[in-house]
Design a protein around this ligand. Structure first.
Ligand SMILES: [Zn+2]
Length: 412
């Protein structure tokens, strides 16, 4: 029996019935909660029916293995967890697709290489504000000491909460051994943005996740009376920040990237004073590392120029950064040809959001993702949706790509 998208769609509906979907106020599968466990239990029962061996690693990720006749291991997976009142597709579309890969593979007999399913724990970081928990434990980029004392909204410590789910924070990096022998990782996901839909496309191939530069700009000038200080004698930090913000849009357009001013705060912050200090939060993203470096340099130059022109100074503080994470060229070609055969279209795009796939790719395991369209580009909300025909096409393309990788893995 070949890969059957209708069985994956049935899984998606069953998970939504169990733990929330579009018609019930949104998904309730926040990681480290009872409803997350309930959704995982459904998936594990379905995995067990394929004859796969199921177990959990030290970071709480669920794995299921169909042993192959030869060497190598192809991994398929995503995450069951959601944000509060989340969408019915984020994460679980990839889980349903990966589950169906195991079903179809097991029905076809012993695969030529081992096929592993993974449900990564706490991709969303909804409770403790640390995304990609399970996958970064596997990749080795997680730092347990930084996490133990994180607290949720009710003041509960991460270390204590995880212990309730049999996860010892000091042990989680041992999960890294799960990638031993891995030759490929394939993940299906919704786009969570408007690009495919705006071009009338159902499916796209993801070439990697974008790099991020996140900075805080501190503009310093001089607070002064709003009535007595002539315009030309002001040192107005808000104006310096505002002119920089406008230039950030031009930088983004020039490089086909994105720049966001997430917020700006001025002091003294009263209508009768020229703002003497302004702090501005800036986020820049691009798929190409050199271009991202250029975008950051142009931002810094603009901030310094506009600060000087307004009689102010500026200091830039790096808050966070991550390199672009390109996916594997060979797997991208396999995914593109599968998408082309199933849909008649061939669109590649970078992912703005990070995904578990990015963590796997960082370890050097060849990785690729397939995206379905997202209606109105909305995600992390109960309105999240994708036309059923697009889900079917995306599942079909993903299943075809996975099948080709599994059957090519032994010879690659
Ligand atoms: Zn997701």
């Amino acid at each position: 029996m070949p890969f059957d998208p209708s069985r994956a769609l049935a899984d998606l509906r069953a998970i939504a019935d169990l733990t929330g979907g579009r018609d019930t106020g949104g998904a309730r599968r926040v990681c480290w909660t009872d409803e997350w466990v309930k959704a995982r239990a459904y998936v594990q029962a379905e995995l067990a029916a394929t004859g796969a061996q199921i177990d959990r690693d030290e970071a709480g990720n669920v794995w299921a293995y169909l042993r192959g006749s030869g060497d190598g291991m192809v991994i398929v997976g995503s995450h069951v967890d959601s944000v509060p009142n989340g969408g019915w597709l984020d994460g679980v579309l990839g889980i349903a697709g990966a589950l169906e890969v195991l079903r179809a593979t097991s029905e076809a007999g012993t695969p030529p290489c081992t096929v592993a399913f993974v449900d990564f724990a706490d991709e969303e970081g909804a409770r403790f504000a640390r995304s990609l928990f399970g996958s970064s434990a596997v990749s080795g980029f997680l730092v347990p000491e930084e996490l133990a004392d994180l607290r949720d909204r009710d003041g509960q410590r991460l270390e204590d909460v995880l212990r309730g789910y049999d996860v010892e924070i000091s042990e989680v990096l041992k999960a890294g051994s799960r990638l031993d022998g891995a030759v490929a990782y394939l993940e299906l996901h919704i786009e969570q943005g408007p690009v495919l839909e705006s071009e009338g496309l159902a499916v796209g191939t993801v070439v990697g996740t974008v790099g991020v530069e996140r900075l805080r700009a501190h503009f310093s000038g001089q607070a002064a009376h709003a009535g007595s200080t002539p315009i030309r004698q002001r040192r107005d930090t808000f104006l310096a920040a505002a002119r920089t913000a406008l230039e950030l849009r031009e930088i983004a357009l020039r490089h086909d990237g994105v720049c966001t001013v997430g917020g700006a705060t001025s002091t003294p912050g009263v209508v009768t004073a020229v703002p003497g200090r302004t702090e501005m939060l800036v986020d820049q993203r691009h798929i190409d590392a050199d271009t991202l470096t250029a975008m950051k340099a142009e931002f810094v130059a603009a901030a310094e120029r506009f600060a000087a022109e307004e009689g102010c100074t500026v200091e830039l503080e790096q808050i966070w950064r991550i390199e672009p994470i390109p996916f594997d060229p060979g797997l991208i070609e396999i995914a593109r040809s599968a998408v082309r055969e199933v849909t008649g279209t061939d669109r590649t795009l970078p992912s703005g959001p990070l995904h578990d796939a990015a963590e796997v790719a960082r370890t050097g395991v060849p990785t690729v993702m397939v995206f379905s369209s997202s209606t109105n580009g909305i995600s992390h909300a109960k309105e999240e949706d994708t036309p059923i025909e697009h889900l079917e096409l995306a599942l079909q393309a993903y299943g075809l790509a996975a099948d080709r990788v599994i059957h090519g893995a032994g010879t690659a």
